[in-house]
Design a protein around this ligand. Structure first.
Ligand code: ZN
Length: 82
């Protein structure tokens, strides 16, 4: 359960100035008054942020896996009989 911040306070400053961000993940536009209103900044939600993080981790994992896989394919020791 996400805890709700006191919305009345943010509503006041929201009238003063509203900013917008476009989620780099899904392209959704998020309006906010303060960056602290968007804990998942610059993403629209925690979900999008995690998806993006996941993507990065997956990419890194893949790369390292590829490298180790290529290394494992080569036999540096030379002739090794099964
Ligand atoms: Zn998003």
């Amino acid at each position: 359960m996400p805890k709700r911040p006191t919305e009345r306070k943010t509503e006041r400053s929201a009238r003063r100035r509203t900013r917008r961000i476009t989620c780099p993940r899904c392209g959704r536009v998020v309006r906010y008054a303060d960056v602290s209103d968007v804990p998942s900044f610059p993403f629209c939600s925690d979900r999008c942020r995690l998806v993006d993080l996941d993507k990065w981790f997956e990419g890194e994992y893949r790369i390292s896996e590829d490298i180790s896989g290529a290394d494992g394919g080569k036999r540096p020791g030379g002739a090794e009989k099964p």
